[in-house]
Design a protein around this ligand. Structure first.
Ligand code: 4NP
Length: 157
């Protein structure tokens, strides 16, 4: 199964989600491929935000080699599940995806953790380390919920 994590800049939230889910996938011996992208192209080619790198490293996860890249309509063809970190991101994904947009593939990232609530992962961009720590903890719980929800259905892919 191929999973894409998407936020706006692909420097704060979705790189953390990519790093944490990759770590959990390896520990659970799943064969999922996990990547991330952003609906804005402002940070194309950049490393994750230094505070995203720092809070991940504090938890034994190195995301420093990730590079921001823009989300494209082709991602709807290349990935099985595409998680939007927030409702504004999901809106952008619809606009970018055009005829490739798929209701089944595009899911709010917090949906498995908080079904039916339409919650956003708060954007820590421009905020302080404490906010990045809170975002890390929320993303960590949400990645557990994703593994619990999708691990059994993905055994064959
Ligand atoms: P992210 O945070 O979507 O979690 O990576 C942001 C990073 C940069 C911008 C917005 C959000 N920006 O407007 O440049």
């Amino acid at each position: 199964m191929k999973i894409l994590m998407v936020c706006l800049g692909n420097i704060c939230r979705s790189p953390i989600a990519e790093g944490i889910l990759k770590d959990k996938v390896a520990k659970a011996s799943l064969t999922w491929i996990v990547d991330s992208a952003g609906t804005l192209d402002f940070h194309n080619g950049e490393q994750p935000h230094h505070l995203s790198i720092k809070v991940c490293l504090q938890n034994g996860i190195d995301i420093s080699t990730q590079k921001s890249r823009p989300f494209t309509k082709k991602d709807f063809l290349d990935y099985d599940l595409i998680f939007a970190m927030a409702n504004d991101v999901l809106y952008d994904m619809k606009k970018i995806g055009k005829e490739n947009f798929s209701e089944e593939k595009a899911i709010l990232f917090l949906e498995p953790l908080h079904p039916g609530k339409s919650y956003d992962v708060p954007d820590p961009w421009g905020r302080n380390e404490k906010d990045f720590v809170e975002v890390y903890e929320l993303i960590d719980k949400a990645c557990d919920a994703i593994i619990n929800q999708y691990a059994n259905v993905s055994k064959s892919n």
